[in-house]
Structures are given as structure tokens and as C-alpha cells.
Ligand binder design. Structure first.
Ligand SMILES: NC(=O)c1ccc[n+]([C@@H]2O[C@H](COP(=O)([O-])OP(=O)(O)OC[C@H]3O[C@@H](n4cnc5c(N)ncnc54)[C@H](OP(=O)(O)O)[C@@H]3O)[C@@H](O)[C@H]2O)c1
Length: 252
């Protein structure tokens, strides 16, 4: 078995400063990929890059807010100048605001959708032209179980994650002739900062755990392993789809 299936490839990962983005960065680095790491927090990005370099790959950091078109344009220019070619895009940056719809203001609603959906659009818009013609490409979009099912108080988040599934399917069809696959990953509950409101509330955490057939939260490394597989040559016939990694939440 090839232990460096991504050797010679370069991946751009948004939201790589912590959580799932960092875990996917390290999984891809272990598989041999060079990394362009983007987020707003440069210090945390540097920590991800330093950890990735232990695997002997090149890793560089780029401060960028994915909701801002000019920042994404600058990110693409800088990342392509640094790495020349990028074959893998992971649209991972995302936020969640949890409250009833009537308590949202428009700015909050837009912030959730702009980060997940418009951010993925802007990143693809900036990088896809450079990915064409390479005969190999992978785009992963981080959706969620909340793109498939819902719970109360998640209107913006559910809307954003469902929209990402549509973007994934449509872009997969557009890019299939270029051998660029486009897929989504839909995690269930994973123990990252995004879920602190659940993790820090024992009663709420127990409520969530009781609804997960496997009886536990997912591990960030499990998301990393799935991303690594989907980015590799071995996953070349998977496109336009979505993989739930949720301990069985959506099977109920
Ligand atoms: N954890 C879960 O249980 C879970 C489940 C399903 C789906 N997901 C999805 O997986 C992705 C990662 O989640 P996570 O749990 O790792 O969350 P997290 O720990 O809160 O990390 C979110 C990442 O997104 C970045 N980010 C947020 N807004 C950004 C912006 N405007 N521009 C650039 N980067 C931005 C953050 O970096 P900066 O703050 O440094 O910019 C951070 O690196 C999200 O899309 C989330 O919706 C997570």
C-alpha cells in the first residue's frame, strides 16, 4: 500500500487554523501533500503549518477571510505564486449561530451563509481556472448532518450546509470533463471549538450523545482520514456525492 498517496500534490485548505481544518491538514501532510493553509488567525495557522512540516512537506500560511472577494483573490495570487500548482481544494471554513429564526438579524444570517456557501464559491471561482488541464483535481466541501436533517435553532446553519450539497453536485458535473472530482463530507458531532456550547453543557452533551447510535462523538482524526481518502487517486470515481460521517445519526 502507498503510504504517501498525495506525494507531489498541493492542497489549499480554508479554516485550517483549528478543528477539522487542522486535522485534515495534518492527515494530508502525512499522506505527502504540500499545504497552503488559509484562515483569519495567522498565529493558529502557523501552529498547523509547523505540525504539518514534521511530515516533511512544505506548508505555508495565508491570512484570508473567505467572505471577502478581494482577500480571496489575493490569497489565490499568493498561494499560486508560492506553490505554482494546486490540485486539491478543501472548503472547510464555517461558522454556526444557534438561535431561533426570529432572533436573527440579517447581518448574522448573511455571516453564516457567506462563510460556508459564498466562501466556497469565491474559493472555487479563484482556484478552479488554475486546476483545469492538470488531469487531476479534488474539491471537498464541508457540509454537515445539518445539511440532511435539522434540529431547532439552526436555520442559517442548515440552509448553508444544504446549499453546499447543491453546489457540490452542480460543480461536480461542470468539472467532471477535467477529471476534477467534487464531493462533500457531512460530519456529525465532533469535539471542536465550534461545539463548545454543547461540550460545556453536560446535560445538552448527554442529549446529543443519546441520539448517536454509536454512542460517542466523532474524532477529528476520523474526518482527516476520510479527507485523505477522498483526495487520493483511489477515490477517482467518486464525484458529486456526499459522505456522512456521523455515528449513524442520519440513519434513524
Ligand atoms: N465540529 C463539528 O461537529 C462539525 C460538524 C459538521 C460540520 N462541521 C463543519 O466543519 C467545518 C470546520 O468546523 P470546526 O468544527 O473545525 O469549526 P472551528 O473549530 O470553529 O473552526 C472553524 C474554522 O473556520 C475558520 N473560519 C471561520 N470563518 C472564517 C472566515 N470568514 N474566513 C476564513 N476562515 C474562517 C476558522 O478560522 P479563523 O477563525 O482563524 O478564521 C477556523 O479555522 C465547518 O464548516 C463546520 O460547519 C463541523
Amino acid at each position: 500500500m502507498n503510504d504517501k498517496p498525495l506525494r507531489g500534490k498541493t492542497a489549499l485548505i480554508t479554516g485550517a487554523s483549528k478543528g477539522l481544518g487542522r486535522a485534515m491538514a495534518l492527515a494530508l501532510a502525512e499522506a505527502g501533500a504540500h499545504l497552503a493553509l488559509a484562515a483569519r488567525n495567522l498565529d493558529q495557522l502557523q501552529q498547523t503549518a509547523a505540525a504539518a512540516r514534521h511530515f516533511g512537506v512544505e506548508a505555508d500560511v495565508f491570512e484570508a477571510d473567505v467572505t471577502d472577494e478581494s482577500q480571496v483573490t489575493r490569497l489565490a495570487q499568493a498561494a499560486l505564486a508560492r506553490f505554482d500548482k494546486i490540485q486539491i481544494l478543501i472548503n472547510n471554513a464555517g461558522i454556526n449561530i444557534r438561535k431561533p429564526l426570529i432572533d436573527f438579524n440579517l447581518a448574522e444570517w448573511r455571516r453564516v451563509l457567506d462563510t460556508s456557501v459564498t466562501g466556497a464559491f469565491l474559493i472555487c471561482h479563484a482556484f478552479v481556472p488554475h486546476m483545469k488541464g492538470q488531469g487531476y483535481g479534488r474539491i471537498l466541501n464541508l457540509s454537515s448532518t445539518m445539511g440532511h436533517v435539522a434540529i431547532p435553532g439552526r436555520t442559517a446553519y442548515c440552509a448553508s450546509k444544504t446549499a453546499l450539497l447543491g453546489l457540490t453536485r452542480a460543480l461536480a458535473l461542470e468539472l467532471a470533463p477535467e477529471a476534477i472530482t467534487v464531493n462533500a463530507i457531512s460530519p456529525g458531532l465532533i469535539g471542536t471549538e465550534m461545539n463548545l456550547p454543547i461540550l460545556q453543557n453536560p446535560e445538552l452533551k448527554q442529549q446529543f450523545l443519546s441520539r448517536i447510535p454509536l454512542g460517542r462523538m466523532g474524532k477529528v482524526e476520523e474526518i482527516g482520514a476520510l479527507a485523505r481518502f477522498l483526495c487520493a487517486e483511489a477515490a477517482g470515481y467518486i464525484t458529486g456525492t456526499d459522505i456522512l460521517i456521523d455515528g449513524g445519526w442520519c440513519a434513524q
